[in-house]
Write a protein that binds this ligand. Structure first.
Ligand code: ZN
Length: 199
């Protein structure tokens, strides 16, 4: 998807709101987004990554939120401080904690997020080619710390594996469960924000 400059934010916001108006989420009090921030901070989905701004970044962050719900993660723990906490699972070996990197969980999480992102973007009416979208996203996975654990003898084979995995996941997710999961997420965040305020 094309990158957008600061001057184009207003236009991008109109496009984003137009797409999202196919859902009920724009009116949810916990649905906050910004074209000025990145990731998920202060309970706000951000559209920037590094120097670039893009609507698809918003959908990517929303996809991580949906993934936390679908995988049954503890939403309160994952959003401590109002931001995503992506820490990997730790294993205890002889009383010491180690990162469980042998499970390729970072790459698997990103593959799920990309598949959910594609699903969500299609639900709200983006008509992007699935295969090329999955191929683009698969190329981004090579920067992940546990990517070398993915099946394959070389970079081309691993990227191909990730692309196929993203497509497989995409076909497994159904529209309604994606939308339901995001509703659960927003309701949970609303509840968390209220309890933070009250304490
Ligand atoms: Zn991600």
């Amino acid at each position: 998807m094309k990158e957008i400059t600061r001057k184009q934010i207003q236009r991008a916001d109109l496009v984003f709101r137009g797409r999202m108006s196919r859902t009920t989420f724009l009116d949810h009090p916990a649905f906050c987004y910004s074209f000025e921030s990145s990731g998920f901070k202060d309970y706000i989905f951000g559209a920037t990554t590094g120097p670039s701004i893009g609507i698809d970044n918003l959908f990517h962050e929303m996809a991580h939120a949906i993934d936390f719900v679908l995988t049954g993660d503890d939403i309160k723990r994952r959003t401590l401080g109002g931001r995503f906490n992506f820490e990997v699972n730790m294993v205890s070996i002889n009383g010491r904690l180690y990162e469980q990197l042998e499970t390729s969980q970072c790459t698997m999480r990103e593959c799920r997020a990309f598949a959910i992102q594609m699903k969500l973007m299609h639900i709200v009416g983006f008509k992007t080619n699935l295969e090329s979208m999955a191929a683009n996203y698969a190329h981004l996975t090579i920067w992940l710390p546990d990517w070398y654990l993915i099946e394959g003898d070389n970079e081309t084979e691993r990227v191909e594996w990730c692309k196929n995995h993203i497509m497989k996941l995409y076909n497994e997710y159904d529209d309604q469960s994606i939308l339901n999961a995001f509703q659960i997420w927003l309701d949970s965040i609303q509840h968390i924000k209220q309890s933070v305020k009250a304490s």
